[in-house]
Design a protein around this ligand. Sequence first.
Ligand code: AVJ
Length: 321
Amino acid sequence: MKTAFKDIQIVSRLGADERTLAFDVLDGLTRPFKEIPPKHFYDTEGSRLFEQIMSLPEYYPTRTERSILESHASALVEETQAAELVELGSGVPTKTLLLLDAMRDAGTLERYVPFDVSEVVLLESAKLLVERYPGIRVYGVVGDFERHLDALPEPEGPRVIVFLGGTIGNFLPGTRRKFLRGLAGALRPQDRLLLGTDLVKDPAVLEAAYNDAAGVTAAFNRNMLAVLNRELDADFDLDGFDHVARYDRDEERMDIRLRSLADQRVRLEGIDLEVEFAAGEELRTEISTKFTRERLEAVYAEAGLAMSGWFTGLCVPRLFL
Ligand code: AVJ
């Protein structure tokens, strides 16, 4: 446990010996259908590219979610009387400020509990927030929210857990249920979960959002190979793979992959592995599930949650305006 500033406390659940990437890659590249989980996109360069994605004309989710929060933050605070905000995968708080502002204005704000894999990001946002909200306490948790939810502190007042940005869409159904059940277990009757999800819509709109004209999403996708090259001493040729993002109508999710342009062999020195890719073979790097209200209610029900509110925004990709 480290305390850097009065009012700021950061606890870490990530050990220096985390080998998650190595395990995920060894596991994911030795299966008949190759797959690496999307959490490995986000090194410094990946986070920078994702920041760019969020302001792309085709990528409507970020600005749609922001407008929803702008419209409903004060009503949410009014209804929940939230004294503390727990944010999963907090990153650099931007949209969160809308909620924290509403809590400050209502006079309920006491504590912000950001949960993120990056200690640097947590400390930076904590410093920013204690300046912006005099009297607020920040309790940051460095960890992986799929494994370390038990590191959350005891609630000190009505709590809202927020999980924004549509990241829930990255989970396969089984993991999603396990994760939501974990959250359900952390919520008392007076607490609430605020979940940001993208919705099923015209596949053309969806596919455009993940195949932007400027090629930022393609660069973001390929950057995962750069992460492997650096962290696992691998020799992926980034130009040897195409970015592929298709909407799967049966599963109601975007399916994002890297397609090998030729037969090739890749060596990953760091995990002592050689893998072959056939020409046209695909490596899945992400799924991004799109929901309907009915689907979400069913997903909540199987996790022991009940929907108490539903807010939508108009998704209009700037391209089509
Ligand atoms: C951060 C998972 C919500 O699924 O839209 C954006 C990630 N990938 N473009 C999404 C992403 C490609 C994003 N999430």
